[in-house]
Ligand binder design. Structure first.
Ligand code: NAI
Length: 357
């Protein structure tokens, strides 16, 4: 494996491989940039087929965190960790503490948190070995805890901003929103949308997730294979990545796409097809930053009220992206990437590597 030649390698500052035979830990930490602060990003546990797959994923995700943290205005750089293994079979308190020791060896250059395959409870085990961890339990009124409701709030505010920009509407009353995925984020988002008077069309591969939302918020169930092409004012992807590709884009009907799912565009150039079709795309890492905003406030110490105040900044940042994209005749995803790079301090394609003490 030629890490420096991989497509996903983007001038990352550090890639650390960790192994601990007694606990079976095999983990990789990637730090993309510490230009704006310690690299922060969650720890994913996944049964990668090959080590190369794991390296590619951690490099891609770490760079994504640099952009997300920069666009959220957080004093964090970008990093990510992956633990190679099946979270249902291979996870143990000892393995998580061992991962914590690996994080600790970087002495604060990387701050971890939960991600796909890890939980808030897992981070308590990581915290036995390092203080460089966030996303732990919290007391009432303090920042932190489950980030999903905070992500949902940011997405809700982002949908309002996108609707204002694209449809010229000041509120969501009477508009139809199609939601793909009624999980942690989707559920809370549906509650906020319903309270704002929106009509919901809801799809999830888990029938009980759809039932719960439809019962509580008067939504209409739609088939998972059809949700992307539903007649709606807004499509909100809150389940999977890579759902926007040439095949699906040709069938979209909603003029606004604004949801929580990471990496919604299969490829960067798919943004151009959306633009050509007159569809306004809210770049995923700008609109879904509520969770990392919560993690940041928890890490640096703060209150839940401050988290909510910080999340109120998401619609203004999105509107800046939309306006610049319109002015420069470019796609919203390109503009967001460029703004993130500018915030990373160089404006160059690749941020300058910088070591911190
Ligand atoms: P989750 O796992 O709680 O919910 C995802 C839901 O999508 C599940 O109910 C699942 O059954 C459903 N789903 C899976 N495949 C589907 C399909 N083909 N069609 C329809 N539904 C399907 O995840 P969560 O936390 O709600 O996150 C949703 C998305 O937002 C993910 O892409 C995640 O990476 C992203 N995200 C989440 C954040 C958070 O704070 N939880 C923060 C930033 C991004």
């Amino acid at each position: 494996m030629e890490v420096f030649d991989m497509r996903e390698f983007d001038g990352h500052e550090l890639v650390l491989f960790g192994h601990d035979a007694p606990t079976g830990l095999r983990a990789i930490i990637a730090i993309h940039s510490t230009a704006l602060g310690p690299a922060a990003g969650g720890c994913r546990m996944w049964p990668y087929a090959t080590t190369t797959d794991a390296v590619a994923d951690v490099l891609r995700l770490a760079r994504g965190m640099s952009y997300k943290n920069a666009m959220a205005g957080l004093p964090f750089g970008g990093g990510k960790a992956v633990i190679i293994g099946d979270p249902r079979a291979a996870k143990s308190p000892e393995l998580l503490a061992s991962f914590g020791r690996l994080v600790d060896s970087l002495r604060g250059r990387y701050v971890t948190a939960e991600d796909v395959g890890t939980t808030t409870g897992d981070m308590e085990h990581v915290a036995r070995a390092t203080k460089y961890v966030s996303g732990l339990g919290r007391s009432p009124g303090e920042a932190g805890g489950d980030p999903a409701p905070k992500t949902a709030l940011g997405v809700f505010l982002g949908i309002q901003a996108a609707v204002r920009f694209r449809l010229g509407r000041a509120d969501l009353a009477g508009l139809t929103v199609a939601i793909q995925g009624a999980g942690g984020v989707g559920y809370h988002l549906c509650g906020m949308l319903a309270a704002a008077g929106a009509r919901l069309k809801v799809a999830d591969v888990l029938p009980r997730a759809v039932e719960r939302v439809c019962d509580e918020f008067k939504g209409t169930p739609v088939a998972t294979v059809k949700v992307l092409e539903e007649e709606a004012d807004v499509l909100s992807p809150c389940a999977l990545g890579a759902i926007l590709n040439p095949r699906t884009i040709a069938r979209l009907k909603a003029p606004v796409i604004a949801g929580a799912a990471n990496n919604q565009l299969a490829q960067g150039q798919d943004g151009e097809a959306l633009r050509a079709a007159g569809i306004l795309y809210a770049p995923d890492y700008v609109i879904n930053a509520g969770g990392i905003i919560s993690v940041a406030r928890e890490y640096y110490g703060g209150t839940e009220a401050q988290v909510i105040e910080d999340i109120q900044g998401i619609p203004a940042r999105l509107t800046e992206v939309f306006e610049r994209a319109r002015r420069e005749n470019r796609t919203t995803n390109e503009v967001a990437d460029q703004m993130a790079r500018e915030r990373l301090g160089s404006g160059r394609e690749t941020p300058r590597p910088r070591l911190v003490a």
